[in-house]
Design a protein around this ligand. Structure first.
Ligand SMILES: [Zn+2]
Ligand SMILES: [Zn+2]
Length: 217
């Protein structure tokens, strides 16, 4: 961190203001975003980001101090990062209310549901994004099937990795599966070039899967 008098753009919400401190790589985070709670930082970031890569959006959000190393916040981080990327690609009608809807749906999935219900919330987060993008509900035909297929593919990829749970690994895996799903099922190419290795969070997670994790080193 270094002191500055320059104007800088907030890495999270995109607002430009007179900065006080910026990091050595010139990143700046505005005061509102510094104090934001998890839901707020997810909504603000996803509403303003211009990034196309949903993994980059998710990693940026997960680096925010309000996001714990593990927790149910990851369920809506997955949905909202995918929806932000789709909005930036201009492929679905995604507006400012979309993220609030995704968050309220994802919040119904309890923490630890992977082990307790057999449904990882990050996997369900993919289904939520597909459901919202396609306007699915329980009465829909193809859209309902696609939402469930998206969740089941993400879930299968996550279960193969073993445990204990790592919400970062589940988030990476869910988003990577979603990108493949959108390409195969809907013909939508979502760019993805975030380099996940080595995982930025590996030293903060006391239950890190280490060598068992594809992104450890
Ligand atoms: Zn900000
Ligand atoms: Zn920085």
């Amino acid at each position: 961190m270094r002191k500055t008098e320059d104007y800088a753009e907030c890495t999270y919400c995109g607002k430009t203001e007179k900065a006080d401190y910026i990091c050595v790589e010139s990143h700046y985070i505005c005061e509102e975003c510094r104090l934001a709670k998890p839901e707020e930082i997810v909504r603000k970031t996803c509403m303003s980001t211009k990034m196309l890569d949903p993994l980059k959006v998710a990693v940026l959000i997960m680096k925010h101090p309000a996001i714990p190393i593990h927790g149910p916040e990851h369920h809506y981080i997955v949905s909202c990062s995918i929806l932000a990327s789709l909005r930036n690609l201009g492929v679905f009608n995604i507006d400012g209310f979309t993220f609030g809807r995704a968050i309220s749906r994802a919040k119904r999935i309890v923490y630890g549901s992977c082990g307790l219900l057999g449904v990882c919330g990050a996997a369900a987060g993919v289904g939520i994004a597909v459901s919202i993008a396609l306007n699915a509900n329980m009465m829909s035909d193809k859209e309902r099937s696609l939402a469930m297929k998206a969740t089941s593919e993400a879930l299968d990829a996550i279960q193969r990795l073993g445990g204990p749970r790592c919400c970062k690994l589940s988030t990476y895996t869910a988003i990577i599966t979603a990108v493949r799903f959108f390409k195969i099922e809907l013909g939508i190419s979502i760019p993805m070039n975030e380099n996940l290795t080595p995982c930025w969070f590996r030293f903060r997670n006391s239950e890190c899967l280490k060598e068992k994790c594809p992104y450890y080193v």
